[in-house]
Structures are given as structure tokens and as C-alpha cells.
Write a protein that binds this ligand. Sequence first.
Ligand SMILES: [Ca+2]
Ligand SMILES: [Ca+2]
Ligand SMILES: [Ca+2]
Ligand SMILES: [Ca+2]
Length: 224
Amino acid sequence: MIKLFGSVTTGLAIISLSSFAYADFYNFETGTSPAEITGGAVTTTGGYSAHGFGDYFNWSGGSAITLNLSSLGSHTTLDLEFDLAVIDSWDGNTWYGSTGYIAPDYFNVTLDGNSVFQETFDNFTTTDQSYTGPSFTSGSNIYNSHWNDSAYHISLTGLTHSADSLTIAWFADGDGWQGGNDESFAVDNINVNTNNSPVPEPATMLLFGTGLVGIAGLRSRKKK
Ligand SMILES: [Ca+2]
Ligand SMILES: [Ca+2]
Ligand SMILES: [Ca+2]
Ligand SMILES: [Ca+2]
């Protein structure tokens, strides 16, 4: 029995090593920001707590929120998922105010400086925004001042990336983006997962090798 368990444990250990992928998750529930995340401020979620954001998220009314990771190991693509709070009077694609045309309002994500997401969001008329994914909430005021707020789960999968380090930046811009307490955003529940190319040889060879050892053991016992 001891030998059997030892053999199974060894096999599992090698399999998990061969399929190892880097994974990280940030939900800010300690109320502080980890050292690898800069920009924004970890802040209480208010009404967003009812929409999966817990007690804290990372809020920004201006600067980019940046995540710096290193030692990712070998990989060819990665998945980035996060929850996005679009807060207050975002105006989407078009808005004509007293001073003329003052839109769009973009929300952006970059990977090592390369754009992987740029969409407009509108908390007045959702048909005036470019992002078409489902929202957790929209059309009601759940956070800050009297303007409506909205929330989305953004899923960016299969992003091409192979460098050992990674910088992800979340930021808003566009001619109409006013920032501050008028048009702000928060990110939360950030998931980063790398995807390795399939490399089955080490696991297959070790399991095959374990089988050979077993067969060899049987044969040697039979000889005796
Ligand atoms: Ca949270
Ligand atoms: Ca506005
Ligand atoms: Ca609001
Ligand atoms: Ca605006």
C-alpha cells in the first residue's frame, strides 16, 4: 500500500508541474492595495457590494490603475478577467453640451502598452455605448452623487503574450472624459491566468517509466 500511494503521488506531482500556469487574483478585500498594483485608491464599494464587488474595490477618478507582474514563466497566451464599475455621468459615444461636442468617454485596457480593450460606456443611454456585453446593473444610482452607475464583468481571453513580465493598465480617456467625481471607474476581482503550450512529454514519459518499473518489478518477482 505504501509503495502504491508513493507511486500515485509522484505521478500527480509531475503532471501538475508539466501543466503549471501562472495565476493571480485581486479582490482588495484586505482594504489595501498590493505592492504590484499602483494608481487608484482602494475604497469601500457602497452599493456595488450588492453586485459582487465585496467591501472594497480599486477606484480611480483620474490616474491609470496599473498591475506589474514578473516571473510568469513560459506561456503563449493569457486570460484577463475583471469586474468594472462605471461610475456616474459617463456619456458614451456622443454628447452635445453647451460648449459643443464633448465625447467620447473611453475605458481602456493595455497589455505592456498595447491596447486590448477600448470601449465607450454611457450611464444615461446604453444604446449610445460601444460595449455590448451584459451588465450586472445599470440605470440606477448605487454609488456617489446622483448619477446612474453600471457594472460589467470583462473577459479578455487568449491574449497573445509570452514575456516573463507583464504590465496591465486600466484607464479612461477620450475628449469627453471628465474624470474626478463626475466620471470615475473602479476595478475588482482581477484574474490573470497564463496558458502554457501543451507539453505532455515529461508527464507521459514519467508515467510510462513508472509502468515499466512496475512491470520490471513483477518480472523480477516472478523470476524469484
Ligand atoms: Ca472587492
Ligand atoms: Ca458627463
Ligand atoms: Ca452615481
Ligand atoms: Ca463625458
